[in-house]
Design a binder for this molecule. Structure first.
Ligand code: URA
Length: 220
């Protein structure tokens, strides 16, 4: 008997349908809507932010507020649009008052992100800010130290960078650093990674490269 064929785009749609009615944590009580993810479900490049804000909660789409505007600008500078990439968050529901997501909320939600990344299967994942960078690289090291390098990650590349909101808070250097990290992404997509890429060993406490289908992408 032949195994049923798996259509990752259809599977992603099914996962979204499940997530839209999720009640696995208390954020489900205060959200307007679940913000599952958006963009090309077969993208070569995926972005992972922290959590939906007010605008995202209202519209049901990630990065549609001020941070999203900057993200789109940075994408434009490397010749991409938001429709050409996949965008998701660590938690799918807005924390009240935009507080930080709590560990139990991240735990409850991370299965969605893991499966999203397995199904989209991008070659490059960009983590925006501390929450997604620490979760995916399985480290307590902060984004200021992590960024500036591409890490080998489960047979693909992971580029941790600042959250666009950090640049909007005002330090010009943050925007410059974001631009540098986006240029790394462009280099990887162009096949010009060069020798500056980090290794697994340099990614603090990163999991070893392996088959994401078998091993789970992060945090078992
Ligand atoms: N900040 C995030 O981390 N994600 C969004 O979707 C919007 C703002």
């Amino acid at each position: 008997m032949t195994a049923p064929s798996v259509d990752p785009v259809a599977e992603l749609k099914i996962l979204e349908t499940e997530a839209l009615v999720c009640t696995m944590c208390e954020l489900s009580e205060s959200r307007t809507q679940v913000v599952f993810g958006s963009g090309d479900p077969q993208a070569n490049l995926a972005f992972v932010g922290e959590a939906p804000g007010k605008r995202e909660d209202e519209e049901g789409l990630p990065f549609v507020g001020p941070s999203g505007q900057l993200l789109e600008e940075l994408l434009g500078e490397i010749g991409l649009t938001r429709d050409a990439v996949y965008i998701a968050n660590v938690v799918k529901c807005r924390p009240p008052g935009n507080r930080d997501p709590r560990p139990n909320e991240i735990d409850a939600c991370k299965g969605y992100l893991r499966t999203q990344l397995q199904l989209v299967d991008p070659n490059v994942v960009v983590t925006l800010g501390n929450f997604s960078s620490k979760l995916l690289l399985n480290t307590e090291v902060g984004i200021t130290k992590l960024r500036g390098t591409a890490y080998e990650w489960w047979g693909r590349f992971l580029v941790p960078t600042f959250h666009p909101a950090a640049a909007l808070r005002g330090r010009a250097q943050v925007l410059e650093d974001l631009r540098y990290d986006f240029s790394l992404v462009r280099d990887i997509l162009d096949g010009n990674l060069g020798t500056e890429a980090g290794t697994e060993e340099e990614a603090p406490a990163s999991e070893p490269a392996g088959d994401p289908q078998q091993l789970g992408l992060f945090g078992q």
